[in-house]
Design a protein around this ligand. Structure first.
Ligand SMILES: Nc1ncnc2c1ncn2[C@@H]1O[C@H](COP(=O)(O)OP(=O)(O)OP(=O)(O)O)[C@@H](O)[C@H]1O
Ligand SMILES: [Mg+2]
Length: 325
């Protein structure tokens, strides 16, 4: 899965809000940067990924955050300005246009313009060359969550349908072609093994593959709990419970500690069973490949977490993947 994924030019990570898109996109880009010049793109980032690398927030110009790894933050207003600069060559005029109240009205009211130009900027980066070679071998996008991602992918298609001629129409057509070029572009779903994210992933998979027609690279299921406890070990009066109780007493812990430990273990087991249920559901409803990522306990939620996830991904490359179903 990962080898194929990394062979493309543009990988867009998307999924429900909060499932780990940024963590996964960053880990993937970090892994890729060991072999390739990689660009990680964040979109409208409130808290820049740059913090994972101990760097100041990224701006609209790509900046290196690690060897072979650059980061850029594309925001809608900047993508629009960038585009205006192309069609209105006089800088001062661009300033005047963007300061005009009508400009804000237009960019906020025109549906899809922001998304279209954001997408356009990503493709401009894909096209950038250094000594006749692509400046970046791989671009990983920490994509928008579901609704906004769909808007972004639909924007060039809708523009093509509305405007038949003119520079924007031809730009949009170019974008649709690139987006549907399966050798270059693919999306990677990110999800959690829980009800809502799973339902949303299945729906998103269908829309992206059937309606929008982008190549599917697979699904990363994030934050899976380990299988540490089994029901038989935790049952009342179980042998292990007694043994643990004794061990606890040996180290001076009282009965209440044993009860707390058991409650926590039960809770974790219950979640693990829920995760197994949703992993099965995903396997029955979606094609693979599946990338199973562990819940990382005790991480700083930043660079350390990203490195742990990248290490798991690296293991996936070294070990041949099992068949998806
Ligand atoms: N495998 C994991 N184990 C433990 N915690 C994780 C894991 N993956 C992500 N997290 C934590 O979950 C939270 C959400 O992760 P992240 O910011 O990557 O999600 P996101 O999908 O990008 O969210 P948003 O939609 O808000 O951009 C963060 O606090 C992150 O540290
Ligand atoms: Mg994010």
């Amino acid at each position: 899965m990962l080898r194929e994924l990394l062979a493309r030019r543009l990988v867009i990570v998307t999924g429900k809000g909060g499932v780990g898109k940024s963590t996964i996109a960053t880990a993937l880009a970090l892994l890729a940067s060991r072999q390739k010049r990689t660009l990680l793109v964040e979109l409208e980032a409130q808290r820049s990924i740059a913090r994972f690398f101990g760097k100041p927030p990224a701006g609209y110009e790509a900046a290196e955050v690690a060897p072979n790894l650059s980061l850029i933050n594309i925001t809608g207003p900047e993508a629009i300005r960038d585009y205006l600069q192309l069609i209105v060559p006089v800088g001062l005029l661009v300033e005047k246009i963007t300061a005009h109240p009508l400009y804000r009205y237009f960019t906020e009211a025109a549906p899809g313009i922001k998304e279209l130009l954001t997408f356009g900027k990503i493709w401009k980066l894909e096209d950038e060359k250094h000594r006749h070679r692509p400046l970046y071998d791989l671009i990983v996008v920490d994509g928008f969550p579901t609704g906004q991602a769909l808007n972004m992918f639909r924007s060039p298609i809708e523009v093509c349908e509305t405007l038949k001629v003119g520079p924007i129409a031809s730009k949009a057509r170019h974008l649709v072609d690139l987006m549907r070029d399966a050798e270059k572009t693919a999306f990677l779903l990110a999800t959690l093994p829980e009800e809502m994210p799973v339902a949303e992933s299945i729906e998103l998979y269908r829309t992206l593959t059937r309606d929008i027609r982008i190549a599917y690279a697979g699904i990363a299921v994030n934050a899976i709990l380990p299988k540490r406890f089994r029901r038989e070990n935790l049952g009342r009066g179980g042998e292990i419970q007694r043994a643990v109780g004794e061990a606890f007493r040996e180290i001076g812990a009282g009965d209440s500690h044993v009860v707390h430990a058991y409650r926590a273990a039960h809770e974790e087991m219950r979640w693990r069973l829920t995760h197994e249920h949703y992993l099965k559901r995903l396997a029955s409803e979606l094609p693979g490949p599946f990338l199973h990522l562990p819940f990382v306990f005790k991480s700083d939620g930043g660079g350390e977490l990203v490195e742990r996830i990248a290490a798991v991904m690296a293991g996936e490359i070294a070990v041949p993947l099992r068949a998806a179903r």
